[in-house]
Write a protein that binds this ligand. Structure first.
Ligand code: FAD
Length: 529
């Protein structure tokens, strides 16, 4: 894969101690890269501060076949930072330029139009922005054997119509885009920096932002005016936004659904009592920062098969009328992801024999749900920005989420029994065998109740895993307004998945990149006025 040579991407150790920019973007991730690239195309100087390194250093690591091994690399310099939520479900967050697009499943699908209304994004601007992203980094996938079988299975059981290949969010079954090219090389949001004006942008890597600073003159709203960051050698730097001379300069937080609320709190914006208990000076008492955190729950079935089927990540999705989303991947050794819940029901012999056959001759057929309605919270555990905050998603707290999961699992069972999938999998394994096996191997640390193999409600609760679509914590109307400006403050916006009240589309990355591009254009328009 040709690696772009960006002269404007440098290690933060080369940053001056003090510098001045028109726009400072915190987090060079899925939203941050398209946003910064767009902002740099006019007369404004743009700085991007990214805590991770470059995705171009080791492109083998981010190829399709290394999806799981990269996620399970828990070393301090890993591009994936793992955490375990209070729900006892492990998760991962990106720590690399390009953010989640560097470690994710690559599946690319646009949002439902309802989302655009919620997010206050004009449809024409959204379409132009999606296309801007697609031209650079999105591919039509090749026909993988397993994905084709899943598509046919979904159609057989009535997830109709067959929508063919499309990026649009439509009920039925479709093939959508992928960030992987035909050779399995990943393209990422960092590639969108090719659109930037190299003379107007600077990107610092291993630049860990510790705090946003504010000026608070008597009687006026606090104004964000600078960002304190540390380089890989522990050197301290401060970058100021130039708003003393130009009232249009801004700081934009794009550190993701976990990073953005965390950094707001560390900067003194959040629930006052909690901040004070950690010794943080309160700039604005804002109890909604860190509230309404959510993650789409995912549940499914592991499906071993007897003969080799080429590995694939998600390229097909089914969307039914009750807003269950069905996706699958195959050919990965999932043992490192597997959890070790409490009292485990015994697995059946056929599944043990099947897995002894090969650790990679298996697929995971998974369903998730619209929303979700269940919400949790994020709280600081300490004042170290590199530590994970405390997270709880409260999976299935809302009864409607659980009902949707049960109905989605019934469809999964039907798909597994469809002719298309039955042809590929072990004939002697019943769906009950698959349920037993998945209860034992689901990637979480939750206790297993004895009836998890007999009640689909209990199955959903006990085997829930993350779909990695975290959102919330800085929601529109609660923490930011419809221009993504932080309520009660000046010169500070949040633009990333933390602003969502539900996760858009079947998978959010398309929409997060679209949001970055669209908001970049809107900010530039308001600059011209
Ligand atoms: P991010 O992309 O995470 O960007 C935040 C950036 O901020 C990161 O680069 C981070 O390093 C940086 N940062 C954080 N704190 C600081 C700080 N203090 N200082 C400096 N920098 C900081 N979505 C899909 O659409 N399709 C998929 O197939 C898919 N699969 C997924 C699989 C996995 C394993 C994961 C983790 C996610 C997946 N997703 C998928 C979800 C999608 O990738 C994310 O929702 C999306 O990338 C989040 O975008 P963001 O801009 O909000 O945050």
């Amino acid at each position: 894969m040709p690696t772009p040579k960006y002269s404007f991407i440098q290690e933060a150790t080369s940053a001056p101690e003090v510098s001045f920019y028109d726009y400072i973007v915190i987090g060079g991730g899925t939203a941050g890269c398209p946003l910064a690239a767009t902002l740099s195309t006019r007369d404004a100087k743009v700085l991007v501060l990214e805590r991770g390194g470059s995705p171009y250093t080791n492109t083998t690591k981010i190829r399709m076949e290394n999806f799981i091994s990269t996620l399970t690399d828990d070393s301090p310099n890993s591009i994936s930072q793992s955490f375990i939520s209070e729900d006892r479900v492990p998760g991962n967050r990106a720590r690399v330029l390009g953010g989640g697009t560097v470690i994710n499943g690559g599946f690319y699908s646009r949002a439902e139009t309802l989302f655009l209304k919620e997010a206050g994004i004009d449809e024409a601007l959204a379409n132009e922005s999606y296309e801007w992203v697609e031209k650079k980094i999105v591919y039509k996938p090749r026909a993988f054997q397993w994905q084709t079988a899943v598509r046919n299975g979904l159609l057989e059981v009535g997830v109709l119509p067959d929508n063919g290949f499309t990026f649009a969010h439509l009920n039925g079954t479709k093939t959508s885009g992928t960030l992987f090219d035909k050779n399995g090389n990943r393209h990422t949001a960092a590639d969108l920096l090719e659109y930037a004006n190299p003379t107007m942008i600077k990107v610092y890597l291993h630049a860990v932002v510790h705090k946003i600073t504010f000026t608070t003159k008597d009687g006026q709203r606090p104004k964000a005016d600078g960002v304190i960051f540390y380089d890989a050698n522990g050197g301290r730097h401060i970058a100021y936004s130039k708003h003393e001379s130009n009232n249009r300069s801004e700081i934009i937080l794009s550190a993701g659904a976990i990073g953005s609320p965390q950094l707001l709190m560390l900067s003194g914006i959040g629930p006052a009592a909690r901040l004070r208990s950690l010794g943080i000076k309160v700039v604005l008492d804002q109890p909604m920062v860190g509230r309404e955190m959510a993650d789409k729950p995912s549940n499914g079935l592991l499906i071993p098969y007897p003969t080799h089927i080429p590995l694939s990540l998600i390229t097909v999705v089914g969307i039914n009328k009750t807003s269950n989303y069905f996706e699958s991947f195959n050919g990965f050794d999932l043992s490192d992801l597997s959890g070790s819940g409490g009292a485990q029901p015994q697995s059946s012999n056929p599944s043990q024999e099947a897995m002894a056959n090969s650790t990679t001759n298996q697929a995971f057929l998974v369903q998730t749900i619209f929303g979700p309605i269940s919400k949790g919270y994020l709280e600081l555990q300490n004042t170290n920005v590199s530590d994970n905050p405390k997270l709880r998603f409260n999976y299935f707290q809302a009864a409607v989420d659980l009902r949707r999961c049960v109905s989605g699992m019934q469809t999964i069972i039907n798909v597994v029994n469809s002719d298309s999938l039955s042809r590929l999998r072990f004939r002697n394994m019943t769906t009950q065998d698959l349920i037993n096996m998945t209860v034992n191997r689901a990637a979480n640390l939750r206790p297993r109740n004895p009836n998890a193999t007999t009640s689909l409600e209990q199955y959903c609760i006990d085997t829930v895993m993350t779909f990695w679509h975290y959102h919330g914590g800085c929601q529109i109307r609660k923490v930011v307004d419809r221009d993504y400006k932080v309520l009660g403050l000046d010169q500070l916006r949040v633009i990333d998945a933390s602003t969502f009240s539900f996760s858009p589309g079947t998978n959010p990355q398309a929409t997060i990149m679209m949001l970055g591009r669209s908001m970049g254009r809107r900010i530039l328009q308001s600059r011209r006025r």
